[in-house]
Ligand binder design. Structure first.
Ligand SMILES: Cc1cc2nc3c(=O)[nH]c(=O)nc-3n(C[C@H](O)[C@H](O)[C@H](O)COP(=O)(O)OP(=O)(O)OC[C@H]3O[C@@H](n4cnc5c(N)ncnc54)[C@H](O)[C@@H]3O)c2cc1C
Length: 442
């Protein structure tokens, strides 16, 4: 089934908080960019900055891709990316500071909740120690020579009762259980010094898309790179030509939803097909009487039969919280076929186990994301399974001197993130602009 004929995911009905004013496409662009997420927006801004004309074709009826903000009860809430990870190396943090965007540092403190009571100081310290030990062991494991293996194999046995929690949280933020994640790839991610932005991450990207030449609702079906330059055809039969194309569609979409004539070289195809699909979904809670105080704090709820893989409390000081679903929880929901309502029941059962049902009287769950069912993402981000670590690098090389790939899957230091996608879009655009100015693009 082509992505265009799939049913949109439930969250697709939420309107973006900001709709940027877009420019018409140039009649004869030098470069075509496929996709107007973080990578596509970065590519277009960079190319225009270099004086190269560009046309962006976006499948959805909005910009931002997996980074989108909607308004819920008057508050801007991200339905995809929310954290600006890795502040010191994230280009969107640097750009945001230069533009005077409303950035704020993420809190360092978190909540620990054991069964039905707040965790004790010693428990919080033991948890922090276990995370620290695990990080160091996995970083060391990856740095040593030897064949790649599952990141889980590097976890020390000495983590004690917190070991299961550490594995679960790393499995959540990796998008797959650590048994399915490459140890060589895993620790390359730089998570430190996280930042948030008032008005939402999606709102910020929409501001960055202002004035760009983007055609919405224009899914690309085929890229023909025979002969000179490229010809790009949309699902409704529209054709555009250019000297080069930057493809930022997620690798999950590239596996089935976008054709190339001639077929991509075998090593490139193997690199694309070998990624696995990362799953990370938000259930957005509105819960004014939640027991959590403070702003933007992570909460670990342990010691019961049910525990959330991740919980971010009081987003920007509001009554909104994220209850995060990992790949295992999403698989259970999908196997039961219960959809967003199944997620809502699971969230309620989990919170009731820790706080009692009466505490949930004012809890509502206005949005549940389903990026894994969204035809234009087909997952939350790309994951490198054991043995596939060189794939990100393989995709860096242009194909035939005229097809460049970009997007979160290509970033090594910021994999799976909006900052990484933005950096990769800018990198590809710099390379294309350089080739065009030297007159060497095919
Ligand atoms: C629930 C969730 C939470 C997340 N949390 C964070 C976080 O806190 N921090 C963080 O940094 N990252 C987070 N991420 C990951 C982050 O959202 C992505 O890494 C990032 O948005 C990817 O950007 P991209 O440009 O590579 O891809 P996308 O944003 O997916 O952009 C690609 C664009 O291509 C379009 N497209 C697809 N196929 C076609 C086609 N055939 N023709 C034309 N257009 C096409 C898509 O519609 C899309 O707009 C999260 C993701 C999810 C799902």
């Amino acid at each position: 089934m082509s992505p265009a004929s799939r049913k949109p995911a439930a969250h697709a009905r939420f309107a973006p908080s900001l709709v940027p004013r877009l420019a018409p496409l140039p009649a004869a662009p030098e470069v075509i960019v496929v996709g107007a997420g973080a990578a596509g927006i970065a590519a277009a801004r960079t190319l225009l900055g270099r004086g190269v004309s560009v046309a962006v074709l976006e499948a959805r009826g909005r910009v931002g891709g997996r980074t989108v903000t909607t308004m819920l009860r008057g508050h801007p809430i991200d339905l995809g990316a929310h954290w600006l990870h890795a502040g010191p190396i994230n280009p969107l943090v640097h750009l945001g500071r230069a533009r005077g965007e409303p950035l704020r540092r993420a809190a360092q403190e978190g909540h620990v909740w054991v069964g039905r009571r707040p965790g004790r100081a010693a428990e919080a310290a033991a948890s922090a120690r276990a995370f620290d030990l695990a990080d160091r062991a996995m970083t060391r494991g990856a740095a040593t020579e030897g064949p790649d293996r599952a990141a889980a194999r590097a976890l020390p046995r000495s983590l004690g009762p917190w070991g299961a929690r550490v594995a679960r949280v790393h499995g959540l933020v990796s998008g797959r259980p650590l048994e399915e994640v490459s140890l060589h790839d895993f620790p390359s991610m730089e998570y430190g010094d996280n930042v948030f932005i008032a008005g939402g991450y999606g709102g910020y990207l929409a501001r960055l898309a202002q004035g760009l030449p983007i055609a919405l609702s224009s899914p690309v079906a085929r890229i023909d790179w025979t002969g000179v330059g490229v010809r790009v055809e949309t699902a409704d039969g529209r054709r555009l030509s250019a000297r080069a194309v930057i493809v930022t569609a997620p690798v999950m979409v590239l596996r089935t939803g976008l054709g190339f004539t001639p077929a991509l070289p075998e090593p490139v195809r193997r690199a694309i097909d070998g990624f696995s699909t990362g799953i990370y979904e938000h259930a957005v809670l509105h819960w004014p009487s939640s027991p959590f105080r403070g702003r933007d704090r992570l909460a670990s709820l342990v010691g019961g039969r049910l525990s959330p893989p991740g919980l971010l409390t009081r987003i920007d000081g509001t009554p909104f919280h994220y209850f995060e679903l990992d790949s295992g929880s999403a698989a259970l929901i999908d196997a039961a076929g219960t959809g967003a309502d199944g997620v809502r029941r699971r969230v309620r059962a989990t919170l009731a186990a820790h706080f009692g049902p009466t505490r949930l009287r004012d809890l509502s769950i206005p949005a549940v994301s389903e990026w894994r069912h969204d035809p234009w993402s087909q997952g939350s981000w790309a994951v490198v399974p054991p043995g596939h670590a060189p794939a990100r690098q393989v995709l860096h090389a242009p194909v035939g001197g005229k097809i460049w790939f970009a997007g979160e899957a290509l970033s090594r230091l910021q994999w799976g993130t909006t900052g990484g996608a933005y950096a990769e879009g800018a990198r590809a655009a710099e390379a294309v602009a350089g080739r065009i100015r030297m007159g060497t693009a095919a």
